[in-house]
Design a binder for this molecule. Structure first.
Ligand SMILES: [Zn+2]
Length: 212
């Protein structure tokens, strides 16, 4: 059993995509996504090492429904790497929607990892793009820094947090999900599917009060 209350030099907090577009009022709002911000800020005080991820798409990105004539958000299309859900345009590079929430206060974060910048590949995971081959470089960074346990928080629970958790395990890291510091979108039962997937990889799921 991992002792989650002893947070040390080999632990890192990964804060996934807490950006304006994923919060209420944004282009791809996760219901109550902004509720996690105070919790994540508080958790941030417990960690010396923090990585923020930022969804960061060029205009006309393949994952945008508007890029495909006659398609609408949440349609599923086939692309060379498999199936791709189409989303409303979101987190376009340099826009307000792509900025971190102003109330996210983690000035001591050591790395901001941007993802989704290849026009033809989406990237849910912080480790691999959706073709499952193109690496973001995060594994190498974490290994070089000597981190072996990753605490995951952020948006959306059933997409970017889920895929990041699965890839982190595959890459040999220990994974702890801080569930109340995540919120999901729930497309066609994706939250339930995520819970099953996290059980399958034996990720430790906790609530933030366990880390006080
Ligand atoms: Zn995106």
């Amino acid at each position: 059993m991992v002792d989650i209350r002893r947070i040390g030099d080999n632990d890192v907090l990964l804060v996934v995509d807490i950006q304006n577009d994923f919060c209420p009022g944004g282009a791809l709002a996760v219901p109550h996504g902004d509720d996690v911000v105070p919790l994540v800020n508080r958790l941030g005080q417990r960690f010396e090492h923090i990585v923020l991820t930022q969804d960061w798409h060029p205009p006309g990105h393949q994952s945008f429904a508007s890029t495909h004539a006659g398609r609408k958000p949440y349609d599923i299309i086939s692309v060379p790497y498999g199936q791709q859900i189409l989303w409303p345009d979101h987190c376009v590079q340099g826009t307000f929607g792509a900025k971190f929430r102003k109330d996210l206060q983690i000035p001591h974060a050591e790395l901001v990892l941007r993802k989704g910048y290849h026009r033809d590949i989406d990237s849910y995971s912080a480790f691999f793009e959706n073709d499952r081959k193109t690496r973001t470089g995060l594994s190498g960074y974490l290994r070089e820094r000597g981190f072996n346990r990753i605490f995951l928080t952020g948006l959306a629970f059933d997409f970017c947090v889920r895929y990041s958790a699965e890839d982190a395990r595959r890459e040999g890291f220990e994974v702890v999900i801080v569930e109340d510091a995540c919120r999901g979108i729930d497309v066609d039962g994706s939250i339930a599917a995520t819970r099953r997937a996290l059980a399958d990889i034996a990720a430790t799921c906790v609530t933030s009060d366990a880390l006080r």
